[in-house]
Ligand binder design. Sequence first.
Ligand code: ADP
Ligand code: MG
Length: 697
Amino acid sequence: MDLSIRNIEYCKGVGAKRADILRKELGVKSALDVLYQFPYKYIDRSRFYYIHEIEDEDTFVQVIGHITEWHTIGIGNAQRLSATFTDGRHSIELVWFKGVKYVKLERNVQYLLFGKPSRFNHQYNFVHPELTPMSKVKPEMTQGLEPHYNTTEGMKRAGINSKAMRTIIIQLIPELRQRGLVDTIGMDVVQRYHLMGLTEALINIHFPKDMPTMQKARERLKFEELFYIQMQILRQMKRREQNHGFCMPIVGKSFHAFYQNGLPFPLTNAQKRVIREIQTDLKSGKQMNRLLQGDVGSGKTIVALLTALLAIDNGYQACIMAPTEILANQHYQTITELLAPLSRVNCQLLTGSTTPKQRLPIHQQLQSGEINILIGTHALIEDNVQFANLGLCIIDEQHRFGVAQRAKLWNKNTQPPHILVMTATPIPRTLAMTVYGDLQVSIIDELPPGRKPVQTLHYSIQRRATINQFIAQQIELGRQVYVVYPLIKENEKLDLQDLTNGYNQLCETFPEYRISMVHGQMRAKDKDEQMQRFANGETQILVATTVIEVGVNVPNASVMIIENAERFGLSQLHQLRGRVGRGAEQSYCILLTRVEMSKDTRKRMDIMVATNDGFRIAEADLQLRGPGDLEGTQQSGLPFELHIASLSTDGQLLEVARQAALEILDADPLLEDMHNRIYKQRLDYLRITAGNWGEIS
Ligand code: ADP
Ligand code: MG
């Protein structure tokens, strides 16, 4: 019977109770599912040892021999069993402390002994070794690399340990070998990319005959995993490409007027390129879904504004959504200033602090179409905010918006508006291809001219006096200083205490300077007031939690001091650093940690000191932390789990898998051809079995 529909319950060694556990703990329902539980390590069982060759603790070895005698020592719980095992030339002691009464030993039986030697009284022995009568040894057991499986507590309680998993899987192998499985990937693809066939790969991932064969099997299964994720994402993209989009072919008055007379500076080539890419999308007649990546300070705001003007010239409204009020305010200020010469563009702000009285005219003017650009926070997506003709949504700092919120924006018009997502968190390519794989990507990879790279220094807190001197020196030069403290949810009280202590100390050290303080628990009004005083130059130092992480722009602030830097992730440190280096002056970022540091912290600090390149930092972050923990991805969510492939190490394979998937979908977007049926079936199967897959679409 087909392994994919054979209930796991009816596999040898399983039964109803264990089947239930496997279903609950691993999501394993069928015989095929259990074959997709891959080992996490292998132990070489092709080699047999003689007792005199044992010279190492903690490496598994196997020896063939027999038992010459055994006896128990002690009584009750303290009882142990000691046996003498010989390979014919030398002997060694075997010991059991637990389950003594279940150990059945026989004389005159050849055993295969398998275990880890340990050293006791200058001699090796084996504690709780595995003994299998030679007559019961299956060839797979000694053919080469023995697979070991991850198990959960729940599984162990039900007696399903790694060995039990192996036993369940091993009895499926002969059948697999005989009957084979229909491959999940077409022969043409298998051949083109020199992949191992599915049947062979599944046999060899569990019971490889040697390392190279195992590697080949792994590669094939990784490919398959990445391939189907890409298939899913790209199919979604293709489907959406069928969506009509508002056609915006006109490059009109507002855009021209601003482009020719309103630009406060010449655009960088990267900015120009990105605007061309966006323009092409807008006039294509299809809905745009584009991700704009650009390091902090690379000039995304002006791109957003120009894009909005394109929409306006074509008779549509645009909205710009930011994750915090501070940022929304700032965008509003920047953009209204830039637009001042263009009297005909009406731009308004809508945030949580907008009073009901202020809201009313905004709601009305949105519906009448008088407002051209609406800037705001989440307040924009509330149901009562209705547009006359919304054609473009720009989302700044995307990683704070969930997929569901994006979807809400889509419904603000009869047809989904164009979407431009802007992020300053550079995303490693592999991650972008999976998390945002359904978006087109534009990159601003060039900073405006004249920027001096921020100089980053790492100090221990014991050097506080030096730091304070430096602060004073910079302020005397007319600059302003940020001092940032971490804010971690679980420990808000302590963090706040850190922050206020830091603030008080600074006040004591610098009685002659004025100091602002901002944190998340302040009322929005107070927060804004404090921020504003710093932005206006009334205060010289701003002590803050990470509320200032995104977007805030005070060009005269040239020093960023990060307290407890060890508590920040790499991309967050990079974001914070991006708050300085915005003016003409040399800027500094000072990372403060304790003297004692973990290896990881040391690495993070070294990377920060070594480079200003956001993409390099993102890559390093991915390597250090793994994609699961990456800043932001938890919220936007990797909508699937990777079982065998890794986004940090399998980048190349991912590119190939994406390419392969793309070629198939380019030719047959809906997978309707007969020979693409396998892909469609597999995608359906995955959607049903792999729980959260549905969320991608
Ligand atoms: P981000 O990409 O971080 O949102 P902004 O749009 O806030 O960056 O731009 C950062 C700063 O650089 C702003 O002060 C902006 O006026 C300035 N800027 C943007 N583009 C250019 C350019 N082409 N030449 C000079 N300055 C620029
Ligand atoms: Mg910005």
